[in-house]
Design a protein around this ligand. Structure first.
Ligand SMILES: [Zn+2]
Length: 143
C-alpha cells in the first residue's frame, strides 16, 4: 500500500526506498518464482519483488512490457507504479548458472536492494539472492 507522506527530493531514487534489510522470503513467493522460471523456459522469466512485511519478500509483481528473451529479461522499470513496497527484481537463468552477468550487476547497482536469480532445473535450492553490489546474501525461507 502506498501512503504518500511528503514529496520526495528529485535525488531520491527507487534504490533508496525502504529502510529494512531484506532477510527472508515467503515460501509461496519463492515457489512462484521457481514455477515462473520453469514455465517460461527456455526463455527468461522476470518479475519485481515486493515486501509488505518489514524485512520479508512477500509478493511478486509482474510488470507490463517486460519482455523475456533467451539471453536476458528486459525490465521496463519505468512502467513501475510508485510503490514503496518494491524492493528488487527476480529473473531466471535458463542455463542454470546462478551468478549474475555483467548486465545483471549493472541493473543491481542502479536499481533495487535485493535481487534473486533462479536457474534450471528450478528446484527448491536452484536460486541465489544478491544485494545491490552483487554480493550474495542469505535469505531465510519462511512460511
Ligand atoms: Zn541474469
Amino acid at each position: 500500500m502506498f501512503r504518500p507522506k511528503r514529496s520526495r527530493k528529485p535525488t531520491d531514487g527507487p534504490s533508496h526506498l525502504g529502510t529494512h534489510t531484506i532477510r527472508q522470503i515467503r515460501r509461496s513467493t519463492l515457489e512462484s518464482v521457481l514455477a515462473g522460471g520453469a514455465s517460461t523456459f527456455p526463455n527468461e522469466f522476470g518479475a519485481i519483488l515486493r515486501s509488505e512485511e518489514a524485512g520479508t519478500i512477500t509478493d511478486l509483481l509482474l510488470i507490463p512490457g517486460t519482455t523475456a528473451g533467451r539471453r536476458h529479461a528486459n525490465f521496463q522499470l519505468y512502467m513501475l507504479p510508485v510503490d514503496l513496497t518494491v524492493v528488487g527484481t527476480v529473473h531466471s537463468h535458463p542455463s542454470g548458472a546462478l551468478h549474475p552477468s555483467e548486465a545483471d550487476l549493472t541493473l543491481f547497482r542502479h536499481w533495487g536492494r535485493i535481487h534473486i536469480i533462479v536457474g534450471r532445473p528450478f528446484g527448491e535450492f536452484n536460486w541465489r539472492a544478491y544485494n545491490n553490489l552483487g554480493a550474495e546474501v542469505t535469505l531465510s525461507v519462511v512460511d
